[in-house]
Design a protein around this ligand. Sequence first.
Ligand code: F6R
Length: 615
Amino acid sequence: MCGITGYVGLKNASPILIEGLHKLEYRGYDSAGLALLKDGKISVCKRTGRVANLEAAVAGDNAKSTIGISHTRWATHGGVSDVNAHPHVSSDGLFAMVHNGIIENFRGIKTFLEERGYTFKSQTDSEALVNLIAYHFKNRTSDSDENRFLEAVRKALRHVEGTYGIAVLCPLFPGTIVAARKGSPLIIGIGKNERMVSSDVLGFAGRAQSVIYLDDNQVASISADECDIVSVSNVPVDFEVKDVDWALENDDLGGFKHYMQKEIFEQPSALENAIRGRISDDESTAKLDGLNMTPSELRQVDRIMFCACGTALHACKTAEYLIEKYARIPVEVEYASEFRYRNSPIDKNTLFFVLSQSGETLDTLEAMREARRKGYKTLAITNAVGSTISRESDGGLYQYAGKEIGVASTKAFTSQVAICLMMALKIARMRDMSFSEGRAIVEALKELPRSVAEALKQAPLIEKIAKKYASYEKFLFLGRLDEYPVALEGALKLKEISYIYAEGYPAAEMKHGTIALVCKECPSFLFANSDEIMSKVVSSAQEIKARGGSIIVATHDPKAFEGLADDIIPLPKVHDAVRPIVSVVPAQLFAYYVAVERGCDVDKPRNLAKAVTVE
Ligand code: F6R
C-alpha cells in the first residue's frame, strides 16, 4: 500500500528518498514520485509504474537539494496516472504533500476551496488536503508565530475526516518537514545531523539509529537536528526515542529468487524465535509474560474472541480449533472489518485478541480500538515491533519472525499459529490438561522447527507437481478439522500470487454444493494428516476421483491414497497440536512454484499491498 519517505539533513536528498522508496516497494504500489526544495521552489517528479522509472527520470538532475519527500501510491481515488501520483502541490505552489490514507470528506473540502479560487489537477482526495493547508496558511490570523507552517497543517487537519499519514514541504521553511498521522503509520528516523520520516521503519533501514513513532492526532515539525510534536489540538507531546534493531529488519534475499521463497524456508528459524523462552519443561506449560495477565485473571476468561484479516484470520481460525480442543474455552473468530461495524455482543469475561503481521492493518486496528472502547482487555500478536497495534494493545506477544517482505504471508502464519498453540497450552494447563498431555505438546513444539524443515525437503517434488498443474484455472483445497483453515490458507496463497481461482472448503462439506465444480479441469488439493478422520478424507478423495477430478494430497500416510491420488506429497507424522503448522508448508510451496511457472511477479502480486492501511 502507499509508502512515504522524507529526508532533511546535509546530504543530497534525492538518492536517499529513492533508496527509501525501493525499500518500501514490497508494500505494493502503482506509481511513485518525489518533491525537493530547490532554489526556493518545489520541484516535483512523478512516474507511473516502478520506482525504477522515477529513478531514471531524476537521474540526470544533479542540482543538490537537502530536503525532500517521496511516495509510492496504491490507487484509491482516481486511476493510475502521473497526475494522480504524489506528491501533490497546492494550487498557489506553496506546499507539496504526500499522503497515505483516505480523506473521506474530500468532496466537501474541495467544493469549499473551489469557491475560494483554489484549482485542482488530479482526481485524488489528497489534493484537497494540501490545498486546505495552503488555505489555512493564507488565512492565518497572526504572522508572529514561528510555527506558521505547522499551524497551517494542524488547522487543516482539524477539518479532515478519515485517515492520514502525511509529510509536507514548504519553500518558505526550507529546513522543515511537517508530518502528521491519524490511522496510518508514520515514523521519524533520527540520524547524525539528519532526520527522516517514513510510513515504515524499513524506509530508512540502516540510516536511522533511533526512531520516534508518531501516535494518532499528532503533528511534528522536523528539522535536521530537532523535532517538536504537538497534538492536532495544539497540546505539546512528550515523545519517546527508541533504538532500532536492524537485525530484525534484514531485507537481504540471501541467495533466494524471491522473498516469498526465502520466507517459506525461514520458517524453522521463525518458529524457533517464536517459541524460544516461552515454554517451561518443568511445568509442561507455556510462559507468556507479554499477555500482562495474572494467573487468576487468565482463569476467569470464559471466551476468546479473535479478529484479523486475510492470512492472519486463517491463523485465528486455526487457533479456534487448537484452543477449543485443548483449553476447552469457546472461541469466536470474526473478520476485523465486519466486527468494527457489526456491534457483535461480547460476553463479560471475553479476552479480545487481534493478530496482525504488520501491526498496521487498519481494519484490525479499528476492531481492536472498538473492543477497547467497550472496555475489553485487548491483546495482540504482531510481528512488527513498535507497530501501532502492538503499542495500543493492553498486552501481547511479538512473533520475532523477522521482517516479512513477500506480499503473500507465510512465516507470519506459522509463527502466529505456534503462539496461539502456546496460549492454548497455557490456559489448558491452568484447567484440565494433565502434566503428561502438556509435556507431549511441549515436546512437539520443541520438535516443530525440525518437523517443518522435514516438510520443506519436499520442495523439489512440489515444484514438479506445481509445473504439472500450473496451467489449470481453478482449484479446490480441502481439509478437515484444523486442516480446514489450512485449506482456506492454501486457496488464498494460490489466488493471490498466481491469479488462479481457488476455494478452500471443509472436505465433507464439499458434497453439499461445491462438488458441482469437480471435473477434469478442476484439481483438488487435499490435506490428510489426522488419523482420527483419515478414512473420511479418503472417502472425499474417492468422490472426487469418481467425477474425474485430479487429486494432490499432502499426507503422512501415503499408503491410504495409493491408486487414488494423482500426486502424493509425503509429510512427517507429528503431534496433532502442531499438525496445521506442518500441513500448510506444501500449500505455500505449491502456490509459490505455480506462480513462478506462470511467470507471475511473486513478491508483488497485482492489486495487492503488504500492509493494508486503508478501509
Ligand atoms: C495474504 C496476506 C494478507 C494479510 C492481511 C492481514 O498473504 O498477506 O491477507 O494477511 O492483509 O495483514 P496483517 O497480518 O499485516 O494484519
